[in-house]
Design a protein around this ligand. Structure first.
Ligand SMILES: Cc1cc2nc3c(=O)[nH]c(=O)nc-3n(C[C@H](O)[C@H](O)[C@H](O)COP(=O)(O)OP(=O)(O)OC[C@H]3O[C@@H](n4cnc5c(N)ncnc54)[C@H](O)[C@@H]3O)c2cc1C
Length: 375
């Protein structure tokens, strides 16, 4: 491979890089996807695993993103249905304000219209009476004095299976997957119409490069790196062993105004996501004991129950995500995925796992345009 000039090298085999390489390999382009570690072992293995159907964007009145997210979710079910399942979700309603019965009923109708317009399929959502909601989760009936908003989201149940499938698809097309290969520098040669990548396995050459290194996109791997110095947010979930799994997912707002999602998984319950600013080196990512204690207390105080106990904590899933700015001491994440081109190098910024197919498709299209323009 060292002497070969590939159409594209994708740096980073997280979910975004794998999706990009899979689409390029299916189109017949010669492509290799490289990772300094294994496949999707960083941010992509720490997601809460919700394949968002878009309802959350309705609260911000972002109808466009709500429709697009529902379309992304439907596509995952259609193309990778064996790795996801439908996840029934509930959110307690409040007496007054945007989360009370009337706005929730209008929101449900609007969401169905937006979903139908985006895909031709109807998303599941409705407002439940107090009685119906209490019956859904009897152990937490005190949360539902004003009823609940009910909807259906997607949940990734087999992340490793999905990643292996993508790798197989790359290799059965015109692509290859290379692990334990770290890229340290990228240089574009205008004269030779190619890009040189210095890597831990030697120099590699390609006509184009897609940079999908997750948070490492803030590193200046090449002179014009558009996300050099990008600020990051630490995000983490807590995973508990439980003998009393909830029958559905539950979205609750804590006293700090944070929306927490409690999701049943196989034999465990995952709760997330907590966010805080991160100014340290990426390799030093850590969730401190005090943060864990605080997070458990915050969650239990909202549920008015000792539902989660420190001794039942089975794991902490943490990663770094792109941050836009800080508002009132809280990090504001990037709202949307992005791609930015600089010469023959396209950099990706992923904000959600859910969008891996559409983001990969966008990056692959840009590569094909570059290949056609420069051929
Ligand atoms: C706690 C948490 C909860 C989340 N929950 C959800 C959720 O419920 N639903 C949802 O849709 N999204 C969720 N997300 C967001 C989602 O996980 C990310 O947007 C997505 O996984 C990013 O994938 P990626 O491929 O861009 O990055 P990554 O998964 O970080 O992949 C980047 C890869 O690049 C490699 N790499 C880096 N530098 C180099 C280099 N120089 N050379 C070679 N390889 C390199 C890394 O090893 C890594 O494997 C969550 C994120 C976190 C952290």
């Amino acid at each position: 491979m060292a002497d070969e000039l590939l159409d594209c090298i994708v740096v980073g085999a997280g979910i975004s890089g794998l999706a990009t390489a899979k689409i390029l390999a299916a189109s017949g382009s010669s492509v290799a996807v490289l990772d300094r570690k294994g496949l999707a072992e960083e941010t992509s293995s720490n997601s809460l695993r919700i394949m968002h159907g878009g309802i959350r964007y309705l609260q911000q009145l972002d109808l466009f993103r709500a429709g697009r997210s529902f379309r992304d979710q439907c596509r995952i079910f259609r193309e990778y249905g064996e790795f996801v399942r439908e996840l029934p979700c509930l959110m307690p309603l409040e007496r007054f304000g945007m989360k009370s019965r009337f706005p929730a009923t209008v929101g449900s109708l609007l969401f169905r219209c937006v979903g139908f317009a985006a895909t031709g399929a109807l998303p599941t959502s409705r407002v439940l009476s107090r009685n119906e909601a209490e019956k859904s989760i009897p152990a937490l009936s005190s949360l539902f004095s004003c009823g609940a908003f009910s909807w259906s989201d997607g949940q990734l149940v087999d992340p490793r299976g999905l990643v292996s499938r993508l790798a197989q698809e790359i290799e059965s097309g015109s692509g290859s997957v290379i692990t334990e290969c770290e890229v340290s520098q990228i240089r574009e040669s205008l004269k030779e119409r190619r890009v040189l990548l210095e890597t831990s396995i030697g120099s590699l050459f390609a006509r184009t490069v897609v940079l999908a290194p997750g948070p490492w996109v803030q590193r200046a791997l090449f002179p014009a790196a558009p996300y050099h110095g990008l600020k990051l947010t630490k995000a983490f979930n807590l995973v508990f062993r439980t003998s009393r799994p909830l029958p559905c997912a539950l979205g609750v707002k804590t006293e700090h105004g944070r929306l927490l999602f409690i999701t049943p998984r196989d034999g465990v319950t995952a709760v997330g996501t907590w966010y805080s600013q991160w100014n340290e080196p990426i390799e030093e990512l850590k969730v401190h004991e005090e943060e864990i204690e605080q997070a458990i207390a915050e969650c239990n105080s909202r549920l008015s129950k000792e539902l989660f106990r420190r001794e039942e904590l089975a794991g902490v899933e943490a990663g770094l995500l792109p941050m836009k700015r800080v508002s009132n001491g809280e990090p504001v994440l990037f709202g949307r995925d992005e791609t930015k081109a600089s010469g023959r190098v396209i950099s990706l910024l992923s904000t959600k796992y859910t969008t891996f197919l559409s983001l990969g498709e966008r990056a692959a299209k840009e590569v094909i345009t570059l290949l056609n323009t420069h051929s």
